[in-house]
Design a protein around this ligand. Sequence first.
Ligand code: GDP
Length: 453
Amino acid sequence: MSERTIAAIATPLGEGSLGVIRISGEKALSVADKVFRSFSGKRLAELSGYSAAYGEIVDGERVIDDGVALVFKAPKSYTGEDVVEISIHGGRLILKEALRLILQNGAFLAEAGEFTKRAFLNGKLDLTKAESIMGLISANSQAELRLSRAAHIGGVSKKIDKIEADLVSADASIAAYSDYPDEDIEGLDYHNFLTMLESAKNEIEKMLSTYDAGRVLREGIETVIVGKPNVGKSTLMNMLSGAERSIVTDVAGTTRDVIEDTVTVGDITLRLADTAGIHNTSDTVESIGVKRAKDRIDIAELVLAVFDCTAPLDSNDISLLESVRDKNTIVIVNKTDLENMLDMSAFDGLRVVTISAKNNSGYDELCREIAEISGTANLNPDTAVLIGERQRTCADRALEAVNEAISALTGGQTMDAVGVCVDDALAALFELTGKRVTNEVTDEIFRKFCVGK
Ligand code: GDP
């Protein structure tokens, strides 16, 4: 248990009906008792865990607010320590005053993520569960929420525990074999051993294979809408965002720069840029816009290339098509409420969706194509999906080490050599879940949290 008793405001500072201050540590109850006077006259320290008292936050005889104190006794609390959560009115000043009092009475202001870090250090949750918390809080879509929830209830931990268990028993067999190489040790049968390593490899590969789609669901996808002027890019953007954000006129070249917006299409958040049309222009301002549009294509993860179906493709359309052909592109044939004059064979080999942005038609089909191209269409958000670059790197390292173990085994190297690779794989997995992790890594993870979490 950590020495310092910490406190912080756990709810956002603003105007809310309730605001919560959390206190955690050995002195949580005694500190709270100095500032909280229950109407029943009972001290919080006398209460059992999971109980509540109604009372007042007092500064000497001055009452700051009335509210409810919830008492949790170690180890049955979020952090595993004694915890008091005081709910008072959610006013900025009230919360700050109450926190100031609590700090004056012996608590220290919690660092970013310190409550959750303590929960981790006290074995209340592993790193995969801890890292899911930010996703739970910041989820913008149902899918993202479900992904974070699945990780939070231990989906990722359970999968990794299973792989670890296999590798640990392999390690134990190798250790026994190395000690007594002449004895026939059960479980070190070559084929069993190889099967076990291959199953670990498959499981890690499976986890890694859903990473990108999970990342798209969590973080959204950098998207650019391109097309020559007047094909309907702004109208499409408005259809997607459901608001008149871009300027829509009949005059070609109205959208002069890159307009940023975030829209949720199905389960996916698109971080959208509606660009100036890509075309040859002598207008200086427009040509800057065209250059930016081209730059955006380079960094975009998804390109929505818009074409107007009411006229055959011209040289601008064709050069655009060539510049996006090798990208993750969806061709959008717009204005299909009007007569189609396009030779659709120009789009052979590309994903094509026909829409009428003006009439909002083709939206569902576009959602489906975006989900397909982003790999989220077949992702079940309730399954275990790795969260964040850190977890992916650990899983990559584990996979590499298991592959090396397999090569060492099949290449006839010594069991010691195989054992070293298995140990490396385990080290990577232990780091992923936090079973064995350096202080630096832990600090880095929790620094990303905000104060109060
Ligand atoms: P941008 O320059 O590519 O952004 O094109 P805009 O979105 O400004 O649209 C140019 C013109 O095409 C406007 O008059 C729009 O109303 C019209 N337009 C856009 N989408 C459609 C559509 O699906 N059908 C029809 N009939 N007109 C459209």
